[in-house]
Write a protein that binds this ligand. Structure first.
Ligand code: ITT
Length: 196
C-alpha cells in the first residue's frame, strides 16, 4: 500500500480523499503534529504547493499531496475563491455571508474548484491538476452531509445540493474527486508503489 502524506488540517478533506481513493492501493495520512502551512499564494495551485511542501516536515512518506479548494461565485467576481476558508469566522457565518451578498441577485452561478499538487521528498512538483464542479447558489441551505458551503451549493448535474448527496455520491462527482482521480491515475500509469 502506497502511503502519501496529505497536507491538511481539515478532517473532512482527508476522509473524502480516502473514500475517493478506496479502490486504489493508496492511503492518505495526516502530516506530523504541529503541521501549519502559510497559504500566501495568489492561486489555488500556489497554495496547494505551499501546503504539500510544508507537509514534508518530519514526515515518514516519500510523497506529499495537498488540496487547495474553494467556492467561486460568478456574480461576486470569483469570491470567496482562494479566501473561502477565511470568508468569515465559522462555516455557518461563511454561508450566511454568501447568502447575504447574493440577496436579490439573479445570477447565482458558481463553481467549486480543487487544485492538487503532489511533491517528492525534495519538494519538487511531481504532478499537479485543477478541476471544477459547476452549480448554483441556493436561496437557503439544503441537506446535512459534507462540509463547508455544501448546503448552499446546488449541483447542476445531480439536481440536489452537495449536502443532500451521500458521501459516496459526492466522492464520484466533486471537484476533489475529479482532481484526485487524475492524481491516482498518474500514480498508476507510472507504477508508483509504496515500499511496504
Ligand atoms: P486545509 O488548508 O488545512 O487543507 P481548509 O479547510 O483551510 O483546510 P482550504 O484552504 O483549501 O482548506 O479552503 C477550502 C475551503 O473552501 C473550505 O474550508 C470550505 O469552506 C470550502 N470548500 C472546499 N471544498 C469544499 C467542499 O467540497 N464542500 C464545501 N466547501 C468546500
Amino acid at each position: 500500500m502506497l502511503k502519501i502524506t496529505l497536507g491538511t488540517n481539515n478532517k473532512h478533506k482527508i476522509d473524502e480523499i480516502n473514500l475517493i481513493a478506496k479502490n486504489y492501493e493508496v492511503e492518505f495520512v495526516l502530516p506530523s503534529k504541529g503541521y501549519k502551512a502559510i497559504e500566501d499564494g495568489n492561486s489555488f495551485l500556489k497554495n496547494a504547493y505551499c501546503k504539500a511542501n510544508c507537509a514534508r516536515k518530519n514526515a515518514k512518506t516519500e510523497l506529499f499531496l495537498a488540496d487547495d479548494s474553494g467556492l467561486c461565485i460568478e456574480a461576486l467576481k470569483g469570491a470567496p475563491g482562494i479566501y473561502s476558508a477565511r470568508y468569515a469566522q465559522t462555516a455557518q457565518d461563511r454561508i450566511n455571508r454568501v447568502l447575504e451578498e447574493l440577496k436579490g441577485i439573479d445570477n447565482r452561478k458558481a463553481k467549486f474548484v480543487c487544485a492538487m499538487v503532489l511533491v517528492n521528498k525534495k519538494g519538487e512538483i511531481v504532478f499537479q491538476v485543477q478541476k471544477e464542479c459547476h452549480g448554483t447558489i441556493l436561496e437557503e441551505q439544503r441537506g446535512k452531509n459534507g462540509f463547508g458551503y455544501d448546503p448552499i451549493f446546488f449541483v447542476d448535474s445531480e439536481n440536489r445540493s452537495m449536502a443532500e448527496l451521500s458521501d459516496t455520491e459526492k466522492s464520484k462527482i466533486s471537484h476533489r474527486a475529479l482532481a484526485l482521480v487524475d492524481v491516482l491515475e498518474f500514480l498508476k500509469i507510472y507504477n508508483i508503489k509504496g515500499g511496504d
